[in-house]
Design a protein around this ligand. Sequence first.
Ligand SMILES: [Zn+2]
Length: 100
Amino acid sequence: MLPKKQRRTPGNRTVTHTKPKKTGYHECALCHGILHGTPRGTVVQIRKMKKSERRPTRPFGGQLCSKCTRKVMSFRAQLKGEIIKPEDVPISLRGYVNGV
Ligand SMILES: [Zn+2]
């Protein structure tokens, strides 16, 4: 339900004022924790913001939390250095580690 309020106008009419709904909290795609640095507001408010105000500008900013990003980057480095094999990466992380 949208927040509604009954208001009396100067012309003695009763009108209903409704406020637009805020977007939900943004969640990490892996651990479902709340993402920091992402705004919560109405769609119009968020679209008016600059791109840099909408999500952090690091890799996976606005998708993964910093802890999960660190995990993914660690596996990427280990794969590049051939310390581990691609099969050793957990299935949940493979989509992020193996790249686009
Ligand atoms: Zn996470």
